[in-house]
Design a protein around this ligand. Structure first.
Ligand SMILES: NCc1[nH]cc(CCC(=O)O)c1CC(=O)O
Length: 321
């Protein structure tokens, strides 16, 4: 018997490309897939994210899922609020793509090659904080809009460079426009960057099982759980100046056997103000890291967050909390 699953997605080119990868995984002789586009306030408004609030890209989609308009919702995981939605189950996290940030600069330049005073566009406090902290004398210009709009500001000469998620460019087939992939030692990505979150209704066990068995990727789920636990423990949202990256690494146990472990690095700006404005201020970055058992991603996230809090990352509750 064939069943049809309606997948809800935002209508941006990026969201449609992301949702297509999940649709491909789901489709089979028994499962047909129908895409349903849901418009969100984040798509309609071009105001800064800090003003339109948390969940701007995700809550309309979640409502459409909860009320039965669609059966599955696909989100950019990093855009999801850390607070779980009791109506929904986060049934699957598909394999992640490269989570690093990328620079698209004029004339093929890298960050280090941009002269002081260069205008670099980004609206994310996490990127602003880490770019300022490099001490390159860059002028950070707040921008928003889709990938196309942002890159065009460089092509048009309005900006010298923009910083974007490499994942977004990869999904749009635009990797060729990257002039430097930023090393996580300099710029840590947002928690869960490059990962998708696939949700269904909490009582829809058939769909939940299907998503778990054909879409979910264990390694990604574990890494992202650690990064998101760090973010949640700092009581910070997707718009906070917090970066985190978990990697599966090889280590030796006490008998010198190779074992896989989870390594987590975190960064937070110490002096973030409630209005989220970091531009023009000297930024003090706090860093912490730890390695833990593969099965204990969430504990690892909380432990690294606790270290960041001890270092002074205690003022992170922003406007969206
Ligand atoms: N907040 C916007 C957003 N949400 C997800 C992505 C890209 C895909 C991803 O990081 O998973 C982007 C664009 C960007 O940060 O450049």
């Amino acid at each position: 018997m064939t069943r049809t699953i309606r997948i809800g997605t935002r209508g941006s080119t990026l969201a449609l490309a992301q949702t297509a990868t999940v649709a491909e995984q789901l489709e089979s002789d028994d499962v047909k897939v129908e895409l349903v586009t849901v418009e969100t306030p984040g798509d309609r408004s071009s105001a800064p994210i800090a003003e339109i609030g948390i969940g701007v890209f995700t809550s309309a989609l979640r409502d459409a899922l909860a009320d039965g308009t669609v059966d599955v919702a696909v989100h950019s995981y990093k855009d999801l609020p850390t607070k779980p939605d009791p109506r929904l189950s986060l049934a699957a996290v598909p394999p992640r793509v490269d989570p690093r940030d990328a620079l698209v600069a004029r004339d093929g330049l890298t960050l280090g090659e941009l002269p002081p005073g260069s205008r670099v566009g980004t609206g994310a406090p996490r990127r602003v904080a880490q770019l300022q902290a490099l001490g390159l004398g860059l002028e950070i210009v707040p921008i928003r809009g889709n990938v196309d709009t942002r890159i065009r500001k460089v092509t048009d000469g309005e900006l010298d460079a923009v910083v974007l998620a490499r994942a977004g460019l990869a999904r749009l087939g635009r990797l060729g426009e990257i002039t430097e992939v930023l090393d996580p030692i300099q710029v840590l990505p947002a928690p869960a960057q490059g990962a998708l979150a696939v949700e269904c209704r909490v009582d829809d066990v058939d769909t939940e099982h299907l998503l778990q068995s054909v879409v979910d990727d264990e390694a990604t789920r574990v890494a992202v759980a650690a990064e998101r636990a760090l973010l949640a423990a700092l009581e910070a949202g997707c718009n906070a100046p917090v970066g985190a990256l978990a990697d599966v690494v090889e280590d030796l146990d006490s008998d010198d056997r190779v074992v896989q472990r989870l390594s987590l690095r975190g960064v937070a700006a110490a002096n973030w103000t409630a209005d989220g404005d970091l531009s023009g201020t000297a930024v003090d970055l706090l860093r912490a890291s730890a390695t833990g058992d593969l099965t204990e991603g969430e504990q690892l996230g909380r432990a690294v967050a606790a270290e960041l809090l001890e270092l002074g990352a205690g003022v992170l509750s922003g406007p969206e909390q």
